[in-house]
Design a protein around this ligand. Sequence first.
Ligand code: UD1
Length: 356
Amino acid sequence: MKIISVVGARPQFVKLAPMARALAPHAEHVIVHTGQHYDPMLSASFFSELDIATPNHHLAIGSGTHGHQTGAMLAALEDVFAVENADSVLVYGDTNSTVAAAIAATKMQIRLHHLEAGLRSFNRAMPEEHNRVLTDHSADLCLAPTEVAMAHLASEGLGARSVLVGDVMTDVVLETRDRVAGSPCPVPDALRGRPFYLATLHRPSNTDDAERLGRILRSLSRLEHPVLLLAHPRLLVRVHDFGLDLADGRIHAVGAASYPDLVRLVLGSAGVITDSGGLQKESFLLQRPCVTVRSETEWTETVDLGWNTLAGDRIDEIPSILQGLDPVATTEAPYGTGDAAIRATEAILNDLAGLA
Ligand code: UD1
């Protein structure tokens, strides 16, 4: 049995780690890195910190417009898939790397398995929403993280080829939380011993509009505590282009963090402000309140259980929204209990066995 995992961007490396471990005893596992993310702190650091094997193929596609980037990946993946002759292609989440691999596998009639299937924001302006919908509808088996995702798949006519496995990112968060317990929080000296908030911003809808980005940064600079901002490369470029100042007010901007450091920082923080999907859920799992700088979320359970609030267009009110959050600890586990990779592996193997 040979299974190819295709990854390319930061959150996919996190999801790959437990899948690679779970698949290892059962299948020959080939890792293909598209090169969508290439900065060491967005890519290589995840492979070393999460103990993932070096990719068997690195396509070095890099950045580009959506069509150019996705098209270049599609062509290069077809060549790799032809050489590897695998039983299945496994794709993760909703990036351009995901949809490129989904199309390549479908065209070559290789069985396609989609992990983190069924998430919907219902915002068709998001590139990730196109990628998810196209990938789910191409997949032979949709591996869903939540009941809500299963319901979305059923309503789109995909229920018969969907299975609930839980969220593999939860496997990694819980394991990393236990691994880093007791180790110091890696804050800059200026914040040491002080309460702080953790922030990330990378979505084009927030970073690419000068007026909106300026208002978000001004809102962050008025928070009750200083803000440690982990800056994505796109944010740094836009801040420079728009003549904005990241070192304003209470904001302390640093580069991206390694995964264990991210978990330490969330645990050390008083709360999180983000437009990332993964970080909303990590905040919930690590029990820190979160304000999401978007109008919708795919992880609706974090909002329903009181740990996350969507700022929407109230971007000037982030300080009062954050102060208004008073979440209560919950025993509910909408994302599973840390065994999603094992369940996803079983589902993939059952699917492939059914074909034999
Ligand atoms: C991608 C995913 C997004 C995911 C995010 C995680 C898509 C459509 N988006 O967004 O779903 O949440 O990854 O971080 O696939 N850049 C660098 N160095 C890098 C990579 C990118 O400087 O290593 C810069 C480039 O200017 C590039 C820009 O960041 O054009 C955007 O990168 P890209 O990979 O297109 O999308 P992300 O915003 O990272």
